[in-house]
Design a binder for this molecule. Structure first.
Ligand code: UD1
Ligand code: UDP
Length: 391
């Protein structure tokens, strides 16, 4: 930064647990850079699950829209986030708004910034499933955010190619790795004592722990029923296996989970775990079954095989690397793939290798360096006005 350049104001906006976890390393790095003024704005589309991550990473938001309500609809989140963020952006007048990923907060924040003619940077850009209804509404949120953003931070080369395919200017795409790996490095420990007594009591040495999470909207109803039925069969066929299922707080997911698995021997249903115990539980599990996006990125880095409970994934890299398999949402297929991994050691070992297609843990630093170069190096060469003319 040249001595007479004023600081640039960056507003980082997020609203849910995964966004908070993945933005936390970037917030740290922006804070450390002397050329930026940081404003953290949370919509609080999630409340408790967001607050867990904010507390862990010691992030105190400058603005908190506190918009979560019980069983909220996508429309409600969008409308309230747009209205709330308009006020924040008018007051703060940031030079850049940074959003993450694919939630309704992401898309609303990008749109709210666009309405103020404020530049948008998209972290975790370029993921695509090719189906606008799966994941729903995330795939459309990504596409809209891509259309608005002027800087695209793509985790992988494949994500970069997706963006090029959408007509994004190659000079505005930066392959950085995924900040989730930065976050993982901050919390994964060799030795770890859980605060939750139930997790300490599990016999990790002699039992095979299956870790399950499931929350996606397109899995509500029959697919979730199939997944739970598959878990009951696996537990009853494999007495050396236990299931740990930290249940998402979405009431649709929570009620169905407790009804289907609450009383099943060997099934341990918990509240959502803090990120630190969750990662360390994943590291001690035998197998991960999930429809989560972030967990598909973390588990391969920890050498844990993942069965994805979806028909497709916008994260094909770990599938190609051999640690993730698409299991779909039909009971028989889930049981058969999991059973193979529980009993066939060679098959298990083939998948249980630490691979890390999503980054080296330095994504946040890379993004901050790119932002510095854009705001200051370019500024000296071509003037700020030239910076975001690529819409
Ligand atoms: C949201 C995102 C999804 C993301 C997921 C990560 C949208 C539309 N969905 O889904 O992309 O993968 O977060 O977890 O953007 N709830 C609480 N406390 C919390 C969080 C949620 O009680 O801390 C309950 C509330 O009743 C809330 C409901 O869950 O209304 C749904 O939350 P919402 O953010 O709308 O959807 P998610 O299913 O969490
Ligand atoms: N996670 C957590 N506690 C839990 C379950 C998940 O901290 O009980 C973390 C997980 O490690 C990952 C993120 O939350 O970083 C994923 O969030 P989620 O599955 O809700 O959203 P998605 O990634 O599917 O958008």
């Amino acid at each position: 930064m040249s001595s007479n350049s004023p600081k640039k104001k960056i507003a980082v906006v997020f609203g849910t647990r995964p966004e908070a976890i993945k933005m936390a390393p970037l917030i740290r790095k922006i804070r450390q850079a002397d050329c930026f003024e940081l404003k953290v704005c949370v919509t609080a589309q999630h409340r408790e699950m967001l607050d867990m991550a904010l507390a862990l990473f010691a992030i105190s938001p400058d603005h908190d829209l506190d918009l979560m309500s019980d069983s909220q609809t996508i429309t409600e989140i969008t409308v309230r986030a747009l209205a709330g963020l308009e006020i924040v952006f008018k007051q703060e007048k940031p030079d850049l708004v940074l959003v993450h990923g694919d939630t309704t907060t992401t898309c609303s924040a990008a749109l709210a910034a666009f309405y103020q003619k404020t530049a948008v940077g998209h972290v975790e850009a370029g993921l695509r499933s090719g189906n606008i209804y799966s994941p729903y509404p995330e795939e459309m949120n990504r596409r809209i955010t891509t259309a608005i953003a002027g800087l695209h931070f793509a985790p992988t080369e494949g994500n970069r190619r997706n963006l090029l395919h959408c007509g994004v200017d190659p000079e505005r795409i930066f392959v950085t790795g995924n900040t989730v790996i930065d976050a993982l490095h901050l919390v994964a420990r060799k030795e770890y004592i859980f605060a939750e007594a139930a997790l300490n009591r599990l016999d990790y040495a002699h039992k095979k722990i299956i870790l399950l999470t499931a929350h996606r909207r397109e899995n509500w109803g029959r697919p979730l029923g199939n997944i739970y039925a598959a878990m009951r069969t696996l537990l009853s066929n494999n007495p050396d296996t236990e299931l740990v299922f930290p249940v998402h707080m979405n009431p649709v997911v929570k009620e169905a989970a407790h009804r289907a698995l609450g009383a099943v021997p060997g099934a341990h249903l918990t509240h959502p775990l803090d990120y630190e115990p969750f990662v360390n539980l994943m590291a001690r599990s035998y197998l991960v079954l999930t429809d989560s996006g972030g967990i598909q990125e973390e588990a391969p880095a920890l050498g844990k095989p993942v069965l994805v409970l979806r028909a497709e994934t916008e994260r094909p890299e770990a599938v190609e690397a051999g640690t993730v398999k698409l299991a779909g949402t039909e009971k028989d297929q889930i049981v058969s793939l999991a059973q193979e991994l529980l009993t066939n050691k060679a098959e298990y070992e083939k998948m249980a290798r630490a691979v890390n297609p999503y980054g080296d843990g330095n994504a946040a630093e890379r993004i901050v360096n790119i932002l510095r170069a854009h705001f200051f190096a370019d500024q000296e060469k071509q003037g700020v006005a030239g910076l975001y003319s690529g819409y």
